[in-house]
Design a protein around this ligand. Structure first.
Ligand code: PLP
Length: 386
């Protein structure tokens, strides 16, 4: 189909939540490259928004998925499911005390599960409020939207769930805790909010406040997890063992899957929660593959490539960790940079107020980094000269 025909159908029939999308239609991918429907090639520093951690067309992944597809894709949670059982075992194996996991379809659903777990856990005490950080992002359902600390996402969707509130400092956090507060949720590096890593001391203080007030600490690892920041989960680098953590994005390597993982004593009972599609054999199988390939060698590689990337981007004062990288150029608009890079064959993302975000596949090579960064600097130069 011609690009124009696709756009016309989209404009006529798709609810316009994505507005004018970037002006290409992607047709296929290979490694760390995407191709549009005219055959033009792009270096991909977006990876489906930190999702396609092993890029596109990995032969081992394809074989694995074909094998599962040939057996069965979905059959409901009425029956036991080997790929799902293997996945929850693997997810809990990263922790050094007992955990249990629930498998769903997306990040928002993983956070919804966490919200319900807090209520369930503190039902007797009536503690249901959750405090989050300003500038956070936790999803688009009504509850996770209410939990998201950015007014731009809220504006037309009031009334939101009233049981969420926000803080920026430890003092403010302490002020806001009352006898209904049950949990604190944070991203260790705010992704959508603009690639803002939290200081270790700040996180340690939050952890201490949780302990003092008998609150559950929820770490939203949806963007940071599965090797993105150079450790399997960002909380490992902060020396935390969260009461609850949530995953999605890279967990399925491009297939839709989310997980909510909690200490074993924080759990549901029969009938408390469920999903039709969530945890189906196909998506769990994808996640099992991802968790197999994202091993210590891969994490070592991510850290090497991260060092290389940060050195190359040094003139832009990049921030972030691993392969979750952001920078801001005060005099340029982030979306203009995204569009200029796209014209030149490089995909990058925006984030926050004026951040350019880079989240390539974790398998990105030095050669691809060289080429992509070269395009990025060219684009910036042209915009600065315009
Ligand atoms: C992407 C994201 C979500 C929402 O995930 P969906 O799969 O889009 O529902 C939640 N939290 C964080 C930190 C995210 O980056």
């Amino acid at each position: 189909m011609l690009y124009e025909e696709i756009v016309e159908k989209d404009k006529q029939f798709f609810m316009p939540v994505y507005g004018n999308r970037l002006p290409i239609a992607i047709e296929r991918g290979n490694g760390c490259y995407l191709f549009d429907n005219t055959g033009k090639k792009y270096i991909d520093f977006v990876a489906g928004i930190a999702t396609n951690a092993i890029g596109y067309g990995d032969p081992g992944f394809l074989d694995h998925m074909k094998e599962q597809m040939n057996k069965v894709c979905h059959f409901s949670n009425l029956y036991y499911n080997e790929p799902q059982a293997l996945l929850v075992e693997k997810l809990c194996s990263y922790m050094d005390e007992p955990y249990k996991a629930f498998i769903c379809n997306s990040g928002a659903e993983a956070n919804e599960c966490a919200i319900k777990l807090v209520r369930k856990h503190f039902k007797e005490q009536g503690k249901y409020k959750i405090l989050g950080l300003r500038n956070s992002f936790h999803g688009r359902t009504i509850a996770t939207l209410s939990e998201t600390g950015q007014d731009k996402f809220h504006k037309d969707f009031v009334p939101l769930c009233p049981e969420f509130d926000f803080f920026s400092t430890i003092e403010e956090l302490k002020e806001k805790i009352d006898d209904k507060t049950g949990a604190i949720i944070i991203e260790l590096i705010q992704g959508e909010g603009g690639v803002n890593p939290l200081a270790l001391s700040f996180v340690k203080n939050i952890e201490a406040v949780c302990k003092e007030n008998d609150l559950l600490l929820i770490i939203d690892e949806i963007q940071t997890g599965i090797g993105r920041t150079g450790t399997m989960f960002a909380f490992q680098d902060y020396g935390l063992s969260p009461d609850i953590f949530t995953l999605a994005k890279a967990l399925g390597g491009g297939l839709p899957i989310g997980a909510c993982v909690a200490k074993a004593h924080i759990s549901f009972a029969k009938g408390d929660h469920g999903t039709t599609f969530g945890g189906n054999a196909l998506c769990c199988s994808a996640a099992n593959y991802m968790l197999k390939v994202i091993d210590d060698d891969m994490l070592y590689y991510v850290n090497e490539m991260s060092k290389y990337f940060f050195e190359k981007l040094a003139p832009l004062h990049p921030r972030g960790k691993g392969l979750l990288i952001g920078f801001t150029i005060d005099k340029l608009n982030n979306y203009d940079i995204v569009k200029k890079c796209l014209e030149k064959g490089l995909l990058v993302l925006t984030a926050g107020f004026n951040t350019v975000r880079i989240v390539p596949p974790l398998i990105i090579s030095k050669k691809e980094i060289d080429k992509g960064v070269e395009i990025l600097f060219e684009a910036i130069k042209e915009l600065e000269e315009a």
